[in-house]
Design a protein around this ligand. Structure first.
Ligand SMILES: [Zn+2]
Length: 513
């Protein structure tokens, strides 16, 4: 059996755009040293470049079209309310494959690992852990021990997300984020020292949170760039990140006698956006106002029935009489202009997804409606922002039909540079909105280009590494065959109703749902 060891450090949202500047500014001497010794590459994220999709691909070797995990939730054409993804949905991970080959494994804070699952080693769940009171470690008794060793260790949970978004007080935000880094480094030291894992991964999430709300401090190309405070963020926060990297690597070095390869990776990169496009609102404005022949009788009947029901709504009759789907569908019918309103007899088309790519689910059953959908897709591809004249959509990707059964959308809409897309229809929102860093949490969005750095590895890596290759790379470095990786597995991990409610609300707070 191979006795190789591997250390992996995940930097969520990590991008060379910022890290190179921090290194050049002298704020990350440890990373500078790693870069001098290692092989750097660009890590190609998943489509969509979403945290949940990307870390799933990272752990399982499967891209979203194969795992069916493309966001923190998944939907299907018939259910606009999403199903929350938990660790129970993950196909077999690299951690389990390594464990089956007798290797001791430790995973700290990786997203989508709640509820934590059984390993030959330990697991501490990351984002979307519903709350600090939950059971977020495997084995279960580890939670108390970790909290004793690292008091105030925290996973970012529902109660935390309000603290720093948007940046109202940079000092407070930097302290909160810096504390997350420190505690995670301390937890790594404790866990590595105690368990001496052969394969250990720590995930730093603070980088992603800080970059979402503070991207205008970090990107000179951002329209709202603030160089002076940006210099402070680079030196303080990225300086602390450098210290955290050094502590983790040092702890792993001390824990075992042999040299080891170190892999530093992110799930996606980052880029600026200054406008948000509300796709759901655009759909309501365009898609629902069909120019086809109106079904007058059906329309008027629906309209007056609904009006009557609304009047009687004191008895909550609408809720009782109409199934949920019909209620959702009923809104545009009742509000529409006579003669220009569609009543397809099925679900209307809808969009989901927030902050980056959006997902389109089409319910156009008849030939005529499918034609209308094609027209709509073309209009979307060609769409320009009337205020800026800029192109809004970079590409509309058709998802292979055989994967839509796994809850994949029919189309993934990728925004053009400078734009973020919000999928769902939002009351009181226009189709386009200018980002205000004092009001909105997200002033930076994900980019498909992340980071990859391999230090002390015997393998030659290409200049670009797809994130779904990472699980295989880790096993290779460890000397373990990739048997069973990505296979369907049964897990007990499911979240309770109240846990799901907590997770949904933190996703909403962060603009992820
Ligand atoms: Zn992320």
């Amino acid at each position: 059996m191979s006795n190789r060891r591997v250390l992996v450090i995940g930097i969520d949202g990590g991008t060379w755009k910022v890290l190179d500047r921090a290194v050049e500014g002298g704020h990350m001497p440890f990373l500078a040293d790693l870069l001098a010794r290692g092989q750097r590459a660009v890590l190609r994220s998943t489509l969509p470049a979403n945290t949940a999709a990307a870390w799933t691909a990272f752990q399982t070797g499967l891209p979203p079209v194969e795992s069916g995990i493309y966001d923190f939730q998944r939907w299907d054409r018939q259910s606009p309310r999403g199903e929350l993804i938990s660790s129970g949905n993950l196909p077999k991970t690299v951690w389990e494959v390594a464990g089956e080959h007798g290797r001791r494994v430790g995973v700290l804070n990786l997203p989508l690992t709640y509820p934590p699952f059984e390993l030959n080693g330990f697991m501490v769940s990351g984002f979307t852990t519903p709350g600090m009171e939950a059971g977020w470690t495997w084995p279960p008794e580890l939670k108390g021990q970790l909290l004793e060793a690292v008091p105030d260790y925290r996973i970012v949970v529902k109660d935390d997300v309000n603290i720093y978004r948007p940046v109202r007080d940079l000092e407070m935000t930097l302290r909160f984020m810096g504390d997350l880094l420190e505690k995670r480094a301390a937890a790594s030291e404790y866990l590595i020292g105690r368990f001496q894992p052969d394969l250990f991964m720590v995930h730093f999430h603070a980088t992603d949170f800080l970059q979402h709300c503070g991207w205008y401090y970090l990107d000179p190309e951002h329209a709202l760039y603030e160089p002076e405070r940006g210099a402070e963020v680079l030196s303080r926060f990225y300086g602390q990140l450098d210290g955290a990297l050094r502590r983790v690597v040092e702890a792993f070095r001390v824990a075992g006698p042999r040299p080891f390869p170190l892999l530093v990776v992110s799930d996606h990169g980052f880029q600026a956006h200054t406008r948000t496009f509300y796709l759901g609102n655009w759909l309501r404005e365009n898609r629902l106002s069909f120019t086809g022949r109106p079904r007058r009788a059906a329309h008027w009947l629906a309209k007056w029935t609904l009006r009557a029901l609304r009047t009687l709504d004191v008895f909550r009759l609408r809720r009782v009489l109409l199934p949920r789907r019909a209620r959702d569908r009923a809104v545009p019918i009742a509000r529409g202009r006579p003669g220009r309103v569609i009543y397809s007899g099925g679900m209307e088309d809808f969009a989901r997804g927030c902050a980056n790519e959006a997902y389109l689910f089409l319910n156009s059953g008849t030939k005529r409606l499918r034609k209308e959908a094609e027209r709509m897709l073309k209009a979307l591809r060609d769409l320009r922002d009337a205020e800026t004249g800029a192109r809004v959509v970079k590409a509309v990707h058709r998802v292979p039909a055989d994967s839509t059964g796994r809850g994949m959308p029919d189309f993934i809409v990728e925004p053009a540079a400078g734009y973020a897309i919000n999928g769902p229809f939002r009351r009181n929102k226009p189709v386009f909105e200018t980002v205000d860093p004092h009001e909105h949490y997200q002033v930076g969005k994900h980019a498909p280009e992340g980071i990859f750095l391999a230090v002390d590895s015997q393998t030659d890596y290409p200049a670009e590494v797809g994130i779904e290759r990472m699980a295989g790379i880790l096993l290779d470095e460890l000397g373990v065959p990739a048997e069973g990786l990505g296979e369907l597995v049964r897990r007990r991990g499911v979240m309770s109703e109240s846990e799901q409610a907590a997770v949904r609300s933190s996703l909403e707070e962060l603009g992820y749902a």
